[in-house]
Design a protein around this ligand. Structure first.
Ligand SMILES: [Ca+2]
Ligand SMILES: [Ca+2]
Ligand SMILES: [Ca+2]
Ligand SMILES: [Ca+2]
Length: 638
């Protein structure tokens, strides 16, 4: 058990230092072997590469002189370069000292100058250790659960270090929308949510008058009763990752040693749910949080695509949007059919809403799991999802894999951060989950953050900037739409951004002001509106942060006439949809027709202009259920 925190906790900090040291050590070796001229030409470049993206103390270097260099000789080198010895570490590492540089000499210039001295073994910046570094100080807390040693996920995400600050709170609730939960499990029962009015109430009576009779442990929306016991196993496993009881000498531990997991059974014994079974859970969450005061900070949603949740549909999207205001974070699985969700969206994780965190799965080596879906703009972060040990029904335990297993790590982390600091806004928790993770190469270019979650990193995040475009994803349609980007510094918004779109040199200023399509003010998601024309093709988005993204405008709709009277018919033709997909047609916000795209992704629909439509401009929109792409045309009622 303890070898986990010994080997893992300090690793991140060590890697940081090594990343800075390696190029210079190579140079020092070149120098020592006499290759001065070739080494010196490479040196300044290598030094500046090593400095990129890391913080160091201005005006200082750590210099280690070669063995046998006398104190006087070292001082002479310092004097020649206008530097002085600020501190000697000779009793720890021979010939190592901190030098104070002369004013005006940059650290990279000084690295180059010291590197040319024959008596210098190495010189390196005096790297700043962030609060991150607390992880390196090995302040950790590990639980006594007998199978904790088999849980690779917790040391991987530096949970023991986070647990030294908070192990969760029994007042915090996470709703697990899944196949139910074995709330009698030896390692879950103490953390199972209890609706006391019903647990202590009268059998057969809706004691708290919330519309559900005897909903002591939660509800079952797929079978239509108030018993969310798990008849499948999946939900008991995700629940254990969120909150198997920690440090109780039994079984495993969850991200939260103390928490309340509220199961909402939306999926049946074969793992299938419906839009309505899911939405009913969302409604229950909103009611129990808003009306009954349970502190539900997050939901776990380890499902997606048909038949579990099906494709793009307005009901699911609006139901999730309804949980923005109550401040409920929704962790959604990115899916287990390895593909790019930016190109072929996975719903619900792809809905463009600020309370959704889309989660990919990583393995013990921080590789992207072979089954995991990804998406530079549509999947936010990675979390352990291969061979995850957790609880199974009837007091058993087991290891399984899936983005379903990754997602509860994120929902659980939201609860742990909330327990650790009740003053954090929900969006600040979202931002900390994203910015506090560890950069891993397998997620670079495949997720918004490029990071695998790190519990301690989120808890002590300091000075981490993160930028990522969120929408449009790879392909979109011709209509007025939001251009959105996340721009944060740990929990906080990092300031306005702009984007230049080519061809056309369109410049947009993205604002985080909560107006128009910007859903939440000052949450770190910045938004502007963009209206690409029909069939306008490929665009390059270059942001003021320096990042570039490609957007293809594929879908387009046209009308056989641009104006007419209420009650008349309009023929809508569209193209650019996915072959064979179902396309919903709307007149303003009213769905008026549903058609199938043909093998070329083209549609034809006849829309009857509602008799109630007032004079003036209206919007006709066709929205693909599989592609998620919408395109619009304007119709004027005369
Ligand atoms: Ca009730
Ligand atoms: Ca009752
Ligand atoms: Ca336990
Ligand atoms: Ca915003």
């Amino acid at each position: 058990m303890s070898h986990h925190n010994k080997s893992n906790a300090p690793r991140r900090a060590r890697r940081l230092v090594l990343a800075g040291l390696v190029p210079m050590l190579v140079l020092a070796i070149g120098l020592g072997s006499g290759g001065v001229s070739s080494a010196s030409s490479a040196r300044p470049q290598a030094a500046s590469n090593a400095l990129a993206g890391n913080d160091f103390v201005a005006g200082q270097l750590l210099v280690r002189f070669a063995p046998g260099t006398s104190t006087a000789a070292a001082s002479a080198v310092n004097a020649k370069l206008g530097a002085t010895t600020a501190k000697s570490f000779a009793s720890l590492v021979p010939n190592l000292q901190l030098v104070q540089l002369k004013p005006g000499l940059s650290v990279s210039q000084a690295l180059a100058a010291y590197g040319q001295q024959a008596s210098v073994r190495y010189a390196q910046p005096n790297w700043v250790s962030h609060i991150d570094g607390l992880r390196a100080s090995s302040v950790t807390k590990t639980p006594n659960d007998p199978r904790y040693g088999e849980q690779w996920d917790w040391p991987k995400i530096d949970a023991p270090s986070a647990w030294s600050k908070s192990t969760g709170s029994h007042n915090v609730v996470v709703t697990d929308i899944d196949t139910g939960m074995d709330y009698n499990h030896e390692d879950l029962a103490a953390n199972a949510w209890k609706n006391t009015a019903e647990c202590k109430g009268k059998k057969g009576v809706d004691d708290d008058k919330n519309g559900y009779v005897d909903d002591c442990y939660g509800i079952d929306t797929i079978n239509g009763d108030s018993d969310p016991i798990d008849d499948q196993g999946h939900g008991t496993h995700t629940a254990g990752t969120i909150g198997a009881v920690g440090n109780n000498g039994v079984g495993v531990t969850g991200m939260n040693w103390n928490v309340q997991v509220m199961p909402c059974k939306s999926h049946n014994s074969s793992g299938s749910g419906s839009v309505s079974s899911i939405i009913e859970c969302f409604q229950y969450v909103k009611m129990e949080k808003g009306k009954y005061g349970y502190d539900i900070i997050a939901t776990n949603n380890s499902y997606g695509s048909c038949p579990e949740a099906c494709d793009n549909n307005p009901a699911t999207k609006e139901a999730i949007a309804a949980l923005v205001k109550p401040g409920v974070i929704m962790a959604f699985a990115a899916g287990n059919a390895p593909r790019d969700n930016d190109i072929r969206p996975n719903y619900p994780s792809n809905y463009d809403l600020p309370n959704i965190i889309g989660v990919a799965a990583t393995d013990v080596n921080d590789g992207l799991a072979s089954f995991s879906q990804w998406g530079l703009r549509s999947v936010d972060v990675g979390a352990p999802g291969v061979g995850v040990l957790s609880t199974f029904p009837d007091d058993t335990y087991g290891s399984i894999s899936g983005t379903s297993m990754a997602t509860p790590h994120v929902a659980g982390l939201a609860a742990l951060l909330h327990a650790g600091d009740k003053d954090l806004d929900w969006w600040a928790i979202r931002n900390l989950i994203l910015a506090g993770g560890d950069k891993v190469s397998s997620l670079d270019g495949k997720t918004v953050s490029g990071r695998r979650i790190n519990a301690a990193g989120s808890m002590s995040c300091s000075g981490v900037k993160l930028f990522g475009m969120l929408s449009p994803v790879a392909t979109t349609g011709s209509m007025k739409q939001a251009v959105e980007a996340l721009n944060i510094n740990c929990a906080k918004p990092a300031g306005d951004v702009s984007v230049t779109i080519n061809p056309g040199s369109t410049k947009l200023a993205l604002k985080d002001d909560g107006t128009g399509s910007d859903v939440v003010a000052k949450d770190g998601i910045y938004t502007a509106n963009w209206s690409p024309a029909c069939g306008s093709g490929d665009f390059k988005f270059k942001f003021s942060t320096g990042k570039t993204y490609n957007v293809k405008v594929a879908a387009c709709v046209k009308l056989d006439k641009k104006s007419g009277q209420a009650g008349t018919s309009v023929t809508v033709t569209g193209s650019g949809y996915t072959a064979g997909e179902i396309v919903d047609v709307f007149f303003d916000s009213k769905m008026v027709d549903t058609v199938d795209a043909n093998g070329q992704g083209k549609i034809t629909a006849t829309v009857k202009v509602p008799k109630s439509a007032g004079k003036g401009k209206h919007t006709i929109m066709a929205s693909g259920q599989t592609s998620g792409i919408s395109a619009t045309a304007t119709f004027k009622v005369t």
